[in-house]
Write a protein that binds this ligand. Structure first.
Ligand SMILES: Nc1ncnc2c1ncn2[C@@H]1O[C@H](COP(=O)(O)OP(=O)(O)OP(=O)(O)O)[C@@H](O)[C@H]1O
Ligand SMILES: CC(C)(CO)[C@@H](O)C(=O)[O-]
Ligand code: BAL
Length: 282
């Protein structure tokens, strides 16, 4: 596996692959890799001859008070896992490579970037859209693979790619979970054993809400009950909402069809994100 930290090295590799007619898949990550990331790498392998995984903890998507300095990092472990997964190139730019002195241009997403994480973390999706656009341009990928765990992020990326006519395909993969249902996430490492045991209440309550809604229970009281339940379980609930899957607009009572149930809840300092598909019959 090649490891590149400078744009010249990355471009030399991708230029040669492209000249040989090879298709390139990109998996963007912030490192501290787990089985969820490796499922994205496996999907990338199925979709292209060459797999590039980027590891870059992107300062632009963290708000000043957020956990940038405490974000988990494990470069040696990550490289070992990527080698075993058959990744061809690890793209590990420094912040100075990604944002050279004087860098000023950003990608400002709208539409699905509005509300939910967009409200909780103002400017976050600008950072995500900017770095992903740069990663797409730097690697010249034909396809990029993202997780549905960050549902709103996936919809933002799809919107940006369509709006900017970027010549690549975006693939979303279902959330990989631990045995107790908790969505794998790098930030789970920061839960204490006691918090980790309690964290499974989040997917459990989401599954119960999804089942009740699919059975025809009205959304507003079902969601309100689940929020209270999560608070009683010790979570600080940022939001628990039913939305239109691709636009992220709030679901209106009486609508039917495919919806998405989104939740973000805090245990101590750790924010947990999760979401599930829900089908509401007419
Ligand atoms: N459990 C999972 N299943 C599938 N994809 C995942 C999972 N966790 C993360 N991903 C995807 O991996 C990519 C990189 O995510 P990232 O490096 O932020 O990992 P993370 O575990 O989500 O970390 P964080 O704690 O920051 O949320 C994103 O496309 C994300 O949606
Ligand atoms: C897509 C991403 C790698 C951009 O920094 C990040 O938001 C993430 O890890 O989900
Ligand atoms: N996985 C989403 C990236 C972030 O929380 O900043």
């Amino acid at each position: 596996m090649r490891i590149e930290r400078e744009l010249e090295g990355l471009r030399a590799a991708t230029g040669a692959w492209r000249a040989a007619g090879r298709r390139i898949a990109l998996v963007p990550t912030m490192g501290a890799l787990h089985a969820g990331h490796l499922a994205l790498v496996a999907e990338a392998r199925r979709r292209a001859e060459i797999v590039i995984t980027s590891i870059f903890v992107n300062p632009l998507q963290f708000l000043p008070h957020e956990d940038l300095a405490r974000y988990p990092r494990d470069e040696a472990g990550d490289l070992e896992k990527l080698r075993a997964a058959g990744c061809d190139l690890a793209w590990m730019p420094t912040p100075a490579v990604m944002y050279p002195p004087g860098a000023a241009t950003v990608v400002e997403p709208a539409g699905p970037a509005e509300g939910w994480e967009g409200d909780e973390r103002p400017g976050h999706f600008r950072g995500v859209a900017t770095v992903c656009t740069k990663l797409f341009m730097m690697t010249g990928a034909d396809v990029a693979v993202f997780g549905e765990k960050d549902w709103q992020q996936l919809q933002v990326i799809r919107r940006v790619v369509a709006d900017l006519h970027l010549p690549l395909e975006i693939v979303g993969l279902p959330t990989v979970r631990d045995a107790d249902g908790l969505a794998l996430s790098s930030r789970n490492q920061r839960l204490s054993p006691e918090q980790r045991a309690r964290a499974a209440a989040l997917p459990r309550r989401l599954r119960a809400v999804a089942k009740a809604l699919a059975e025809g229970r009205p959304a507003a009281p079902t969601l309100a009950e689940a929020r209270e339940g999560l608070a009683a379980d010790g979570f600080g609930v940022d939001y628990l909402a039913l939305v239109v899957p691709h636009t992220l607009k709030p679901w209106t009572e009486g609508q039917h069809g495919e919806a998405r149930l989104l939740a973000t809840a805090r245990l101590g300092e750790v924010r947990l994100l999760d979401n599930l598909p829900v089908f509401l019959r007419g």
